[in-house]
Design a protein around this ligand. Structure first.
Ligand SMILES: [Zn+2]
Length: 196
């Protein structure tokens, strides 16, 4: 896991400051994982540990996976890279014109198909939950969640599936009204891509 932190730092994927996260919470660090994932060799190295743990659990019958699905944009490259390392198909869900998560482009779910959801960063698990909702409404069974960075707060709600993170990072983050950086009058910036 230390190696993953080094890869994040070296590639400029770990930023420090005052950030408004897509979840609505405020934080003193922000992960722009695309900056690491732009290097295919670093993406492969950062996710190798996740793939190894999943392979071991697949072999032992502790988890079943037929395909890897990531919510766009952040989950696409992580899903692709894990699909490549696990020898499984990988595709993605994305937001439609109304902002609702959906499965498009003719991607199909077979009844009972076992899905590993893959994300770049898990903060609250909201995107994963939306992605899972779409897939399960089409008959899939979500069996696990993988991510590059698990940055959930200590008070975050539990995630419904076994979680395979490349690295677990303890980052300060707050509801806006409780934000320590807002109290100091430091302006927050919104670095993510989701529209509000
Ligand atoms: Zn703040």
């Amino acid at each position: 896991m230390e190696e993953v932190i080094t890869l994040l730092r070296e590639s400029g994927a770990m930023l420090e400051g005052h950030f408004l996260l897509t979840s609505g919470r405020h934080s003193d660090r922000y992960f722009q994982c695309a900056k690491l994932l732009r290097y295919p060799d670093k993406a492969a190295a950062a996710l190798a540990g996740v793939a190894e743990r999943i392979k071991a659990d697949l072999a032992a019958g502790r988890v079943e996976i037929d395909a890897v699905v990531g919510p766009a944009m952040g989950g696409i490259i992580v899903a692709y890279e894990l699909g490549r390392q696990l020898g499984l198909p990988a595709f993605f869900t994305e937001r439609d014109d109304t902002g609702a998560m959906s499965l498009r482009r003719g991607f199909e779910i077979k009844p009972g198909q076992k899905i590993l959801i893959s994300e770049d960063v898990v903060t609250t698990g909201k995107s994963s939950g939306e992605c899972a909702g779409v897939l399960e409404s089409l008959g899939a069974k979500v069996t696990a969640l993988a991510c590059l960075v698990d940055r959930r707060a200590a008070d975050a709600a539990d995630i419904s599936w076994p979680l395979y993170p490349a690295v677990k990072v303890n980052v300060q983050n707050w509801e806006p009204e409780a934000c320590e950086l807002c109290k100091k009058g430091i302006p927050a910036i919104k670095p993510g891509s989701r529209k509000f």
